[in-house]
Design a protein around this ligand. Structure first.
Ligand code: ATP
Ligand code: MG
Length: 255
């Protein structure tokens, strides 16, 4: 039986979807059987980010009892399996979010990890994503409004009896942001990965691809790799580029 992890954080636009897709691919690349599900029913972005903007077969049709989960599955060129949402407004009317939990349970029989991308806020649709998961992965930006929203997600997840998989700080900059220590002391949970502010994310998005796939040596990709290693209980070793000096040291027996 696999594990369902909901990527949440309550605040909008903090990088939940970007983390969900890159985390899912990183776990997939480490040999796990992974599926990514878009549970942001009002503003689904996974299909748009990964080059399937128009998806007549999607989680919306699954939750409207029109098609099966298998029929709604797409495979990105990176190898990542996904069930996107339908961006059309009309598809929303028949969606019943309370059906999500059963659908996720059946995916857990076939996959090691079901990564669920949640909507912002704590309304009906994001609650259905939290209720459908085993654990919540909390995402925040290093700013007070985002940290207070994260705190709400933690409390609601705990009230629903869900474990906290960990906290990820996204868009970390050098200036004008809270320190990791300040965030940890507010949340009373450890930060398991820090993703820097990185333009390469926009570049990968423009190419309808993932940073983990296209730019594995970027700071952001290393943050996602560290996150997936943590969730697998593995220690994370940063891959070092083989500079001339590194090769020289190896030849001289200095490393
Ligand atoms: N570490 C980062 N560095 C730079 N840009 C980033 C980073 N993470 C995410 N972004 C950008 O921030 C924007 C919002 O990201 P994303 O859609 O993942 O957020 P979200 O929390 O899922 O939003 P929503 O609440 O609307 O679903 C995107 O344009 C994305 O490219
Ligand atoms: Mg999103």
């Amino acid at each position: 039986m696999g594990k369902a992890i909901c990527v949440s954080g309550s605040k909008g636009g903090i990088g939940k979807t970007t983390i969900a897709i890159n985390l899912a691919l990183s776990l997939n690349n480490k040999g796990k059987n992974v599926i990514l599900v878009d549970a942001n029913f009002t503003s689904p972005n996974i299909g748009i980010y990964l080059g399937h903007p128009v998806t007549p077969k999607s989680i919306h049709e699954v939750l409207s009892n029109k098609i099966s989960l298998e029929e709604a599955m797409y495979i990105h060129k990176s190898g990542l399996k996904l069930i996107p949402g339908n961006i059309s407004l009309s598809s929303l009317s028949n969606v019943n979010p309370s059906r999500l939990k059963n659908k996720i349970s059946s995916l857990k029989k076939d996959y090691d990890f079901v990564i669920i991308d949640s909507a912002a806020g704590l309304g009906k649709e994001s609650l259905s994503a939290l209720e459908s998961s085993d654990e919540t992965l909390i995402v925040l930006n290093p700013e007070l409004p985002s940290v207070t929203e994260a705190l709400k997600s933690i409390r609601v997840s705990q009230e629903l009896g869900k474990g906290i998989a960990g906290v990820v700080v996204n868009r970390k900059r050098d200036k004008y942001c809270m320190t990791i220590q300040e965030i940890e002391s507010m949340l009373e949970f450890p930060i398991i990965s820090v993703i820097p502010e990185d333009e390469i994310i926009k570049k990968a998005q423009a190419e309808r691809d993932l940073v983990v796939n296209l730019y594995p040596n970027s700071g952001a990709a290393k943050g996602y790799e560290k996150l997936s290693s943590y969730l697998l209980g593995e220690s994370y070793k940063e891959a070092k580029e083989n500079t001339v000096w590194e090769v020289f040291k190896e030849v001289l027996g200095l490393k």
